[in-house]
Design a protein around this ligand. Sequence first.
Ligand code: GNR
Ligand code: NI
Length: 168
Amino acid sequence: MALREILVVPHPVLKQVSKPVEAVDDDLRALMDDMLETMYAAPGIGLAAVQVGVPKRVIVMDLGRDEDDRQPRYYINPEIVWASDETAPYEEGCLSVPEYFDEVERPAKVKLRYLDYHGKAVEEDAEGLFAVCIQHEMDHLEGVLFIDHLSRLKREQAIKKVKKLTAA
Ligand code: GNR
Ligand code: NI
C-alpha cells in the first residue's frame, strides 16, 4: 500500500468525467487500498479516484468514528437509481478544497447500485451522512465539486483561499 497525492483546486484533472471500470481485478483493488490509506491519512470520510489523479469511477469511504472501528466501503461504477424529493442541508468539506466548508442541499435519501470490492453487484439505500457523502463522491466522478453547488462568488472565494494556502 502507498499514500497518493490528493489533487486540490484548481487542478484540471478534478474537472474530468471519470471512465467506467471494466474489470474489478487486483490492480483495481491495489488502487482502492492506496485510496483508503490516503483517505485515512488525510483524514477524510470519502475519496474518489479522480482526487488522486486516476479518472476511474471508483470511490472509497469510511464513516466509522475512529481507528479502532474501521468500516471501509468500496463503490465501483456507482449509480443512483432513485433519489427522494425531500432534500436536506449539510455543511460539506472536500479534501480537494482544503479548509473551506459550506452548506449544500441534496436529496435526503438515495438508492444506489454499484460493484463492491470483489466485483459483486449490490443495491443499497443511503440516508443521513452516508447519503451526503456518496452524492458528494459521485459528483467527483462527473468532475463536479461541492463548491460548484454554491454561488460563483463563494466558489471563487474558496478557490482563492486554497491557492493562498497551497502557495505557502
Ligand atoms: O472528508 C470529507 N468530509 C466530508 C464532509 C461533509 C461532506 C462531504 C465530505 S467528503 C470529504 C472527503 C472528500 O473530499 N471526498 O471527496
Ligand atoms: Ni470531495
